[in-house]
Design a protein around this ligand. Sequence first.
Ligand SMILES: CC(C)(CO)[C@@H](O)C(=O)NCCC(=O)O
Ligand code: NA
Length: 622
Amino acid sequence: MDPSHQKHFTIVDYVIFAILLVASMGIGLYYALSGGRQRTTQEFLMADRNMRCLPVSLSLIASFQSAVAIIGVPAEIYTHGTQYWFIGCAYFLGLLIPAHVFIPVLYRLRLSSAYQYLELRFSKAVRICGTLTFIFQMVIYMGVCVYTPAFALNAVTGFELWGAVLAIGLVCALYTTMGGLKAVIWTDVFQTIVMFAGQLAVIVVGVHQTGGVSEVWRKVWAGNLISGLDLNPDPTVRHTFWTLGVGGVFLMLSLYGVNQAQVQRYLSSRTEKEAVRSCYMVFPSLQLTLALSCVMGLVMFARYCGEDHSEKLGGSSGDAMVIYFVMDMLQGLPGLPGLFMACLFSAALSTISSALNSLATVTMEDLIKPHFPAMSEARATLLSKVLALSYGLLCLVMAYVTHQMGDSVLQVALKIFGMVGGPILGLFCLGMFFPWANSTGAVAGLGVGLSMAFWIGIGSIATRSSGTRPLPPRCRAALLSDNMTTVIESLPSNVTLSLPSGLTRFYSLSYMWYSAFNCFTVILIGLTISFLTGPMKEENVTPGTVYPLLGTLLCFLPERLKKKLCCVTPLGQTPSSLQMPPPQHKEINGVDPQHESGPSWEETDSFLPDTRTPFVEQETTV
Ligand SMILES: CC(C)(CO)[C@@H](O)C(=O)NCCC(=O)O
Ligand code: NA
């Protein structure tokens, strides 16, 4: 951006900004000095398994809502219309399924890390593969998260980019290291509120400056920005109802169902009911966040479309444009630019702290503890803190990688979720829904799934074609007549209207399908290899690791018919020879996965542990 158009913060802005950082550090310090003073891994990594649903739910939203979404979604709406908003449809199933499928299975196994499940269900090897994949995913994602707000600050105020990256990384690593998961969750609560406040402020000011809600509506309508439901079944069209509403469900499942950052929050809840409730509470708040960021894009359009900003913007990206417009709207309103920056940094800090804590957890629980079973609690906790801090430093390195990518940040983040998160989701689905899947199948499935993911992902980057884009809104055509072509060209677009062919067509699969596609690859390959190498026998499957999917789907059928169709029999009614096999993995990291009565399934109400009607899987493969 042209330096002469840079904005300058007032004292009030700096104060607001400082309050955010100091408060976050304060919360970290508070939890370092209160409670058990972070002297056990139970407290540092699991928050003593004593959290209530309200903080957990706000923290669940904060984990994957970073500055990327706050800047990226308005940029998407501004340039391509409101189609992206339909991702909200995916939140229904994307949260219901985790609440009623993944949480019950994972919570009842009393895990510390989600990947412990993979060892219980398959083997140690699968667990390590899963853990390494997760670490890879979160480390790249953290890079995007830390880079985005630093880039924003730099674009607007000329603040040293790498100074900001360093500041975010260090503040985050410090309070995460001091206060553990409790601090991470409670800073998330505070930061989520700041995030909402910042977005709301921008919208209110923007609407006011445009001349009211009706004026905003008139302009976005005239600008052809409001998109109807696009039911085009073509999987290469970037955003349609199918890619967003169906592909999005798999994206949500990979984040809210099996991602360690989220699973850890469910596990830190004091009861299973509380965990399920927190998942339900995510729904309205996530819709609100989505609505706020979409409306922000609309307001920006109404306020700026048709004006010539080329000289100020130079050749900046769509993301930079959002920041510029916001700062332009807020100038002369002391405190508000600071609030917006605080909003961006809140979003980033909350995501990075979740990532750091979850990375420390999996590294400790999955990679280190199994090799040093005799390690003292004090030493394990110290090591966890060192790990959290080291990952913080690593994320700085990753910011540099993002710097080199040059795609829109939203697209980069969602691609990472799909390319790496999709195969992990596949691995969990393979284990939970298919009792026949074996360890060899799981490893092969994950390997092939990841290879396919990177083939498509890298192919699409090389050919710049991850999903064809719709025609840009009318306004952009109008803008093309100005000398704004540089901006338009540098917007993340390839307005491909001709259908690509062959391999190019494969590469142009919409990135919103990545999660689903990669998940199915893992399941398909996993099942094929399992059947080829000898499917898992029922008595070898650890009880409680398989979800009776068919039994639940067909719950309306009479018991006798169900028994015939879906191979699931209530435990009480099975002959003793068919009852749960004795536990195989007696102790994993000091936690008995069998618990007292063994994990079980209740048919009527998953909230009432006393009225359980346990089911057991019977292997009656045909
Ligand atoms: C993950 C979703 C789709 C969930 O709403 C959304 O928060 C999002 O688009 N996140 C982008 C990644 C980020 O904000 O870091
Ligand atoms: Na966040």
